[in-house]
Design a protein around this ligand. Structure first.
Ligand code: ZN
Length: 168
């Protein structure tokens, strides 16, 4: 057998080494140029070995659906303005009286009722208490994201679409 590195005839033991991913037979002097190949057991011995974890076609497990419901948040209803006005009038309260009841200011109540001002969470709670109404509803994060396109996490598909549209 010839050493594939120096070309010398190998007398005695030859060494199988890897140099730049190529397997070569080397003599004792040249074996240091590469990494010695560790002998593998016969193929038959590998039977019953556990399947590789990264098997092709195996997709990462989807997040359980439960996660969506864990993120349900109370969100102000869209017709909060109309609901407040209707409930206030049903109770024969003036906007000034509602302002007093909610420790707010009459111009704030008026703006809220016209839909010009989104009340803070604290004021929403006070109005709900004062008028005995509900102004929030549980909205899943996923649904919220879908409605407000901006905050939605982009998928790979979206990115490709954006890229294509940008190249137009
Ligand atoms: Zn050699």
């Amino acid at each position: 057998m010839q050493c594939e590195i120096c070309g010398a005839e190998i007398r005695g033991k030859s060494f199988r080494i890897i140099v730049d991913r190529a397997e070569l037979d080397a003599c004792d002097k040249c074996k240091g140029f590469g990494k010695e190949v560790t002998p593998r057991g016969p193929a038959g011995m590998r039977r019953g070995a556990p399947a590789a974890s990264g098997a092709p076609g195996s997709m990462p497990a989807r997040r359980p659906r439960r996660d969506v419901f864990d993120q349900i948040k109370d969100e102000l209803v869209e017709d909060y303005a109309a609901r407040i006005k209707k409930a206030r009038e049903a109770k024969n309260l003036t906007d000034e009286q509602l302002a007093v009841k909610t420790q707010s200011k009459v111009n704030i109540i008026r703006k809220v009722e016209r839909g010009e001002l989104v009340p803070e969470d604290a004021l929403v709670k006070k109005i709900e208490m004062a008028l005995d109404i509900k102004l929030t509803e549980g909205v899943a994060e996923a649904e919220r994201g879908g409605r407000k396109g901006e905050s939605r996490v982009m998928t790979l598909g979206d990115l490709i679409k954006v890229k294509r549209e940008g190249n137009r």
